[in-house]
Design a protein around this ligand. Sequence first.
Ligand SMILES: [Zn+2]
Length: 180
Amino acid sequence: MNICSFCGGDIKVIKDKPYHYDECGLDVTLCGVTQYECTECEETYVSLPNIQQLHRIIGAHICEKGKALLQPEEIRFLRKDLHMRAKQMARVLGTTPQALSRWENGRKPIGETHDRLFRAVYMMYASEPTAFMQWATQHNVTNISDGLGMLVGQAAESFNLWRGVRPSVAPVIQSIQASM
Ligand SMILES: [Zn+2]
């Protein structure tokens, strides 16, 4: 890129300047990305080489953080990174779109069980979003029984990892199935 697409002015290359990645909706600053600035109108551009991989790194970082519950903007980021609509994600998590909406807009905290389940779902499927979407489509995301035990088991593992307590999975599975 050497001409500004807005005014046609010359572009200068900026290296080694931290880039605040506002577009992702999170407080993330990237180092080592090349930025460009128009010398005429001062419009700025950025070149992000591998956005999918970048998002996976950000997502994994969010999921691996310690005790704090997922924040609204983090929940939204993780869901969008899986290319899930709110309705689909709510079904996978065994909750309602309204509840998910409240977590995403900050009107209500996510709660510990769904927090851990959400992270487990993300970590499990972020590595193969295509397969996950095919699976979700095949099941119309109305029936998650095939993967439910696995998901809840993974969430229990995560909970054990973070909290040192391994919850019983059967009541959780029953509770989720009852709400479907
Ligand atoms: Zn310009």
